[in-house]
Design a protein around this ligand. Structure first.
Ligand code: NI
Length: 432
């Protein structure tokens, strides 16, 4: 259990109804929970630690709602290829060689990068997820983990669903609640409708959400129409999957009707602009989704398709793309972009209310950003500076659940040198 900490900064950003920017703000953190959040005031009590953030800003940490952490092992291994070829010819063959231990180290590699970039929580879908859970437990990061399920072969499909259930039973709520779980059917094109119905029923019984890839490419939509006479989102509604709590990654190719289905069913979206651009999948209709009341958050997807896990970069892409596409600079203003990477992220993972807000009573998952750099000067607008000018390297301190995971470049809970050494060895073996 963490000690009582006082944190002060030139600006404190938190979410009430809207974004609140408090000049000369401070937080008191006790046992991982924020007990005071507001303007700095006179205090007589003792603190185990006082962190004075002159020329700094405190805001909620980023929530990366879609990644495959251990795929950081494949960063730069296969690029400039279409999704189908990329998966079938390059990624699936090397994935077949992955061991449990590789997943553990690969996940830690991603966690190092995410902590440095201010990500305090992420949603991961992959396999051997108990190893990923161990990596999250040790590193102190918050995560929502799902075993990736493929249902093309009925026998293997049931076995993987059993693995998914085991992850939920063994890990949901571990690490003082930092670790939560979902069921992760990979996609409608790898999980047939009857299998997805089984997954939905299981998710309902276990009371966990579902994390799925949906409507990522034009080819996926065409195949779905050919096989089932329905587009992917329509099909998911028809088979009842969207009656569960669902986090849908990508959602690039949607009709107006599908957007309305998602709004009605309260399906959460993980928008992955960087990965969608790099794989040439297209650009998701972010402005239209938000205008129709769909909950949208941001994800990086894996470092094999992005090729980094940088939420600052992702946030900038998310806001710039709609402006350019629709020739309308008023779309996705800076404050809305900040919402996508913080409070919307926590909601999209169906986490308890309060995560991502920095309000009193909520979890102390936050970042501190250094403001006195030439690229952040002068400071006319805090949100504009963060969204259009800041770099993830401006992040100086990262805290999850009241524990400092990174301070002034030092990772406090993981041995980065060892992780780089181990993952270097593993990646050479995998591609040999
Ligand atoms: Ni993905």
């Amino acid at each position: 259990m963490s000690q009582k900490i006082l944190m002060q900064a030139d600006y404190l950003l938190k979410w009430g109804e809207d974004l609140e920017i408090i000049p000369q703000g401070e937080l008191v953190i006790e046992g991982g929970i924020i007990s005071y959040s507001g303007p700095a005031c006179e205090r007589n009590e003792e603190f185990a630690r006082v962190i004075k953030g002159n020329n700094k800003l405190i805001m909620p940490g980023f929530v990366n709602t879609h990644t495959h952490a251990a795929m950081s092992l494949f960063r730069g291994y296969a690029d400039d290829m279409p999704l189908k070829e990329w998966l079938e010819q390059r990624i699936w063959p090397v994935e077949a060689k992955l061991t449990k231990e590789d997943i553990y180290w690969g996940t830690l590699l991603a966690i190092c990068e995410m902590i440095r970039g201010g990500t305090t929580c992420f949603a991961d879908m992959y396999f051997y997820m108990e190893e990923a859970a161990k990596a999250c437990l040790e590193s102190g990061i918050r995560a929502s983990l799902s075993q990736g399920l493929v249902g093309l072969d009925p026998v293997k499909g049931i076995a993987s669903l059993e693995e998914g259930k085991k992850l939920v039973r063994n890990w949901h709520g571990e690490g003082e609640g930092r670790i939560t779980t979902m069921l992760g059917p990979h996609a409608p094109y790898t999980c047939p409708p009857d299998y997805l119905q089984k997954v939905a029923k299981t998710a309902g019984a276990l009371q966990v959400p579902i994390h799925i890839h949906l409507a990522e490419t034009r080819g996926e939509v065409e195949e779905s129409v050919k096989m089932y006479g329905k587009r992917p989102v329509e099909l998911m509604e028809q088979i009842g999957l969207l009656d569960q709590k669902v986090l849908a990654a990508h959602c690039v190719h949607l009709t107006q009707e599908e957007i309305q289905i998602m709004a009605r069913k309260k399906t959460a979206v993980a928008h992955n602009p960087g990965s969608n651009l790099k794989l040439g999948s297209g650009i998701a209709p972010l402005a239209e989704l938000l205008q129709n009341g769909v909950l949208v958050s941001l994800g990086t997807d894996s470092a094999a398709s992005n090729n980094n896990l940088d939420m600052v970069e992702e946030m900038r892409l998310a806001t710039l793309l709609p402006k350019g596409l629709r020739e309308d600079p008023t779309l996705i203003p800076a404050v809305e972009a900040l919402k996508l990477v913080t409070v919307n992220g926590a909601r999209a993972l169906f986490l308890e209310e309060g995560i991502g807000t920095l309000n009193e009573g909520s979890k102390a998952d936050l970042i501190m950003i250094k403001l006195n750099s030439s690229h952040l000067h002068p400071l006319h607008s805090v949100p504009a500076q963060l969204v259009y000018a800041a770099l993830s390297s401006d992040i100086e301190l990262v805290m999850v659940n009241g524990t400092i995971l990174m301070e002034k470049g030092d990772l406090k809970t993981v041995d980065e040198e060892r992780i780089l050494f181990e993952t270097g060895k593993i990646s050479s073996r995998l591609v040999s």
